[in-house]
Design a protein. Sequence first.
Length: 453
Amino acid sequence: MEPPSESSSADTSATPSSSDQTPRRAKRRRVSSGSSSLHGNENKSQDHKRPVHNPDRDAKFLERVVEELQKVAKRKRPSTRSARRPTQWGPVNAKRMLKLRQNAKPPARDEVCYVTCEEAEKLLEPGKFFDGPIVTRNTQQFKWSPLEVDGTPIQQFLNRWVPDLDWKVSVQDSILEKGGTKSSSEEWELRELLEYYNKEVSRHGYRSLNVLDMRNTLPDSISLNFLNGFDTQMLPQVRNQIAAGPSRSLSTGPWHGWGNYREAEKWTLLCFGPAQTLEHEDPLAPDTYLALQKGELGIGWVSRAGEEEVAAFSENPQESDALFPKIRYLRLEAGQTVYFPAGTIHFVFRAKDARTLITGGHVMRWSRIQEWMANTLNQVRHPNIASDAVLPHAEHYVTAVASLVQSREREGRVDEIGGREAIAAFWRLKEEFDELIQESNGDETKKEEEEEE
Ligand SMILES: [Fe+2]
């Protein structure tokens, strides 16, 4: 039996916020987990199901990645004609990532929760909140076939679960050149990716291919077992509100508002090589989970960012040194899942020989509408902090959430969405959001009129 993780005893007790002040950004309401079972006999009987935080092993992984990055960052630029060529994305990202990595420290006991699936579910009950990553394992009903029968999960995914290898996907390639309007991504067929995967990794040098935002074609049983509670199931209702229109009968035609919805309830992320994702927030302020199906993965985050760090990051994303004292990291291994709350500034790193398959998804929580609204407002004010565009989708999301809040208020179900104070704060923040959008639309109109003149 594995020993219990020290980190699983994280203190999650505190009191809900009752501030009358409208927060500029999500307040870190730390609400009691209320989970005496997390620390009692039930806790002990479930030790074998709990992942273990191993700082020594994580440190070795970090050391290896830092050594590899140092080699890339130190590469001299060619001195002749080629020196005028645009820089590749890989070395540019490596320099910033090296700084983040060199400042990353292991989390303290109360900064991360290593828990069983059942304990994770308790931490995500209505009104409960852990302000940091929750790491768990064996979170899905779905099982991969044995390696000797069908190959690795990546081979099984591409050979069996993707319906057509001719499908094209957007691939971030680290050797693409940066500059002007050039993109860091290009289209690949999945067949080409499978061929690349089947080659020897050593032949690929420091190149990385990162397939982001790929549709998850795995069966529904891949879903996480600890996300079945009511509180974590708000996003599907927001999607229905935005996309399905007024009728809730089964649709026989196209959903009228589908284009206004940003599909992110679940996806797959396939990566070969040392792909680095620099620090960012996920767009439209969701909670996020990453379930690692294959390989090993480094996760870094800014632990409990205060106003100072948030302001520095918002003003100068991916260049601010103010984040360094609060950067923490951990290594995730196949079978483990990390879940972190909305507004977490995070980054992802891999070693040179990485081949990772992740199933991920976004989550919205009914009892966190105030924090969601504050984070979304901050992302609209500072669009560069999110990894993807926030507008125009944010307008549709806010309208949908407002409608759901109104409906809960009408039915007297205010406790489900955080109580009266949280609702009042939500409406104040929404007002600020509406003013911001009006101002920005006014600016756009003025600009267009000036251009016409
Ligand atoms: Fe992210």
